[in-house]
Design a protein around this ligand. Sequence first.
Ligand SMILES: Cc1cc2nc3c(=O)[nH]c(=O)nc-3n(C[C@H](O)[C@H](O)[C@H](O)COP(=O)(O)OP(=O)(O)OC[C@H]3O[C@@H](n4cnc5c(N)ncnc54)[C@H](O)[C@@H]3O)c2cc1C
Length: 267
Amino acid sequence: MGLWVTKQLRELGEIIWLGDVAELRQMGERDGHLHIGAAVTLEDAWTELARRWPTLAEMHRRFAGPPVRHAGTLVGNVANGSPIGDSPPVLIALGALIRLRHGESLREMPLQDFYVDYMKNRLQPGEFVEAVRVPLIAAAPVAGWHLRAWKISKRFDCDISSVSAALAIQLQGDVITVARFAFGGMAGIVKRASATEAAVVGQPWDETTLNRAMDALATDFTPLTDMRASAGYRQQVARGLLKRLWLQTRTHSPLPAQDVRAFEATA
Ligand SMILES: Cc1cc2nc3c(=O)[nH]c(=O)nc-3n(C[C@H](O)[C@H](O)[C@H](O)COP(=O)(O)OP(=O)(O)OC[C@H]3O[C@@H](n4cnc5c(N)ncnc54)[C@H](O)[C@@H]3O)c2cc1C
């Protein structure tokens, strides 16, 4: 919201600061979920997410910079609903729920159903986001379960993503049984790549399946060209991120993370 003032010169009128409401500052395990209250800062939330899912550590480090991470909240990032917000892809890939409150009335839905259209969500008048809840089942070390999250931006940190992706798969032997691929920067909202997921589920995780999945991305997304990236670049990058997932998680000679990172290649 700070940017509405500094960039758009908007008068915000009266503002209610929720940061000291004890109930909204809560974070912890509840009913098999990691509960992240609306006033939990980005820094605290990402520290906890990366502690439970270590492959999120780079996303944490590259999310904005320390001043923004200590001032902004994870729920603010989610409620804001920007198609290039970095938290929603990760939370959607993890199967997170969003909890909405209006007085005594409470409802919950999968985060992936919360976004309707560009900057439009399912919040009703008077309703606010109380918390985000991440199922912890995916945090247990299960053989064959993989989560990766990558952000593509011009600067290493404190930059807005051109594309971001959170990709989760469950392998049984060399067959993919579950896929949750969520992309930011590829559409008017952060969303799952359902055709791409369908191209891999039930298939052996080999190069043929990978190529089918990369082609299916064109069915899922028709990205825009804007000042950050062209449509063609976004499609190419999304294909590359799928390939990076495959290189790291294929059952035959998977590559360690440092072998498929652009930063190492240019260092
Ligand atoms: C320098 C800079 C770098 C940044 N880098 C990144 C980045 O790398 N990745 C990224 O994803 N974002 C980035 N951002 C965006 C920023 O992190 C988010 O805007 C921030 O997380 C929003 O959180 P907030 O708590 O400040 O929300 P606010 O700015 O207070 O609110 C944002 C919107 O969400 C609504 N909202 C907030 N909380 C609730 C609630 N509980 N219920 C209902 N609606 C609510 C508000 O009404 C408003 O419309 C960056 C911002 C800056 C200024």
